[in-house]
Write a protein that binds this ligand. Structure first.
Ligand code: MN
Ligand code: MN
Length: 470
């Protein structure tokens, strides 16, 4: 016999928040999430913004997208994309509502922390050849030694030809690494603060130790490496001056946990949001409001440059698109709504001291909505209004999507921004949503498969919602 609820219990149910994990709400969810995350793991094989753009365009063409035509007045259901410099993509599905009713926009960044090559990367020392790097984004440098690395990027030859470099992604490829000091000789190193244990100028990638066979040559190992590169790619040392090359962890995306409930991979910040956005965009074939899905670059270094969120590229495109309907970009922006999709820090019980447990995000509790990010006294954040968060809340709750809120750790303990502020500057209502990540910005970031799948459902709900923005 079930006992009747006490008055207090009934009141508690009505008035208080009692968080439940996705696994408690629906234990079968993981089975669905597994399937979704197989596609996600394949996507994670793309390690740079260029890789992601190249991977995505054929998918778009398969699903009926064609390149944007300036001046064309697109009809409901039509789909198109814009590519910017091989590093940004804007994907659009025209809704049944008029474009003047506003757009539903989702933005995610497709750059991740990594080791960029310096303009003059190649040197030889004590019979070994190395590439010098300059780190990109916020990394703990000591995490990047003693792990396998792969190389990605492009080299521009003087002929104007672009050579694509990709070493270490295919089975059987050689891999590279940065060495670390053996513990036996690391007594002084181990006494240093963590930010000095491995310093930026020690992030040199070991690429060879075998000499070119000619007594008259001085830098024999360096020459041997350059000959290998010349034979394979037709590049000489001078060509590094006009190149964009980087090293990233070579780990293949994998399942984590004996229950296979998590994904482990490099670059999940922010490929997890890019992939879920992309799938939501592809699967929402007849949206009520026009959907605009944006892959942006340079978030990890402050969103500057022609491919970053601060570039006029985004606004220029919206203007090109809406002017075909005789509309002004500012009027459309004002009626639109944007989800700035980016990850948040999942509570890690090994470091409870940095998290404020009533306002941090937890693995397996679904997408995390962040009203604001930034640091200190809410510096450098757009701080979404109650109305904006309320609007998203209605959409998620109506679609039955479990979600949580999350601040990035305790106030004043650190902080970090997203591109929300660079979007909101267009007078465009914006709020952050993403998934909680463990070991963020490390070579092996961890997410929960159920969270990943639920973020996809949340973005789909946002794109499918007929709710009119207040
Ligand atoms: Mn991010
Ligand atoms: Mn990041």
């Amino acid at each position: 016999m079930t006992e009747e609820k006490s008055l207090g219990q009934a009141l508690e149910e009505k008035l208080l928040v009692k968080p439940k994990s996705l696994g408690e709400l629906d234990n079968a969810l993981l089975d669905e999430a597994h399937g979704f995350c197989e596609g996600y793991k394949e996507f994670l094989g793309c390690k740079t913004e260029r890789d992601i753009v190249d991977y995505t365009i054929p998918l778009l063409k398969d699903r009926g997208y064609s390149a944007f035509e300036l001046g064309r007045r697109y009809e409901a259901g039509e789909r198109f994309y814009v590519e910017n410099r091989g590093k940004n993509l804007i994907m659009v599905t025209v809704g049944s509502e008029p474009v003047s009713a506003g757009l539903r926009i989702c933005v995610a960044h497709i750059d991740s922390p990594r080791l960029d090559f310096k303009p003059n990367p190649l040197f030889e020392e004590t019979g070994m050849a190395f590439f010098k790097t300059h780190y990109y984004g916020g990394i703990k440098k000591y995490q990047w030694t003693s792990i396998p690395l792969s190389l990605h990027g492009v080299v521009l030859l003087n002929s104007g030809e672009t050579v694509r470099i990709d070493i270490g992604n295919e089975d059987g490829d050689p891999l590279l690494c940065i060495t670390d000091l053996l513990p036996h000789l690391a007594r002084d190193q181990m006494l240093k603060p963590a930010n000095k244990v491995v310093e930026a100028e020690q992030l040199n990638i070991l690429i060879g130790c075998w000499p070119y066979d000619d007594e008259k040559v001085s830098a024999k190992v360096k020459l041997n490496i350059m000959k290998i590169l010349f034979d394979k790619y037709g590049i000489a040392e001078r060509d590094f001056l006009s190149a964009e090359l980087c090293a990233v962890p070579a780990f293949k995306p994998c399942d984590i946990g004996l229950d296979r409930s998590m994904v482990g991979a490099y670059g999940q910040d922010d490929s997890v949001c890019a992939y879920t956005e992309l799938m939501a965009e592809l699967d929402n074939e007849d949206p009520p409001f026009t959907t605009v899905t944006v892959f942006i670059d340079k978030e990890e270094t402050g969103s500057d440059g022609v491919t970053g969120m601060k570039s006029f590229m985004f606004r220029d495109f919206i203007e090109d698109f809406v002017s075909a309907y005789g509309l002004e970009v500012r009027h459309v922006m004002r009626r639109s709504m944007c989800l700035s999709c980016d990850v948040n820090a999942a509570v890690d019980p090994c470091w409870p001291e940095v998290f404020e447990m009533t306002n941090s995000s937890f693995l397996n509790r679904g997408p995390v909505v962040s009203k604001y990010t930034g640091s200190g006294g809410k510096y450098s954040t757009s701080d979404a209004s109650a109305e904006t968060v309320g609007f998203l809340r209605r959409i998620l709750d109506e679609a039955g999507i479990p979600w949580q809120v999350g601040e990035l750790g305790k106030t004043d303990i650190g902080g970090g921004g997203t591109i929300a502020a660079d979007i909101a500057m267009h007078n465009l209502d914006t709020v952050d949503i993403g998934v909680p990540v463990l070991s963020m910005h490390s070579p092996l970031e961890v997410t929960s498969k159920a969270d990943v799948y639920m973020l996809y459902k949340a973005i789909r709900a946002f794109y499918a919602s007929t709710l009119v923005k207040p």
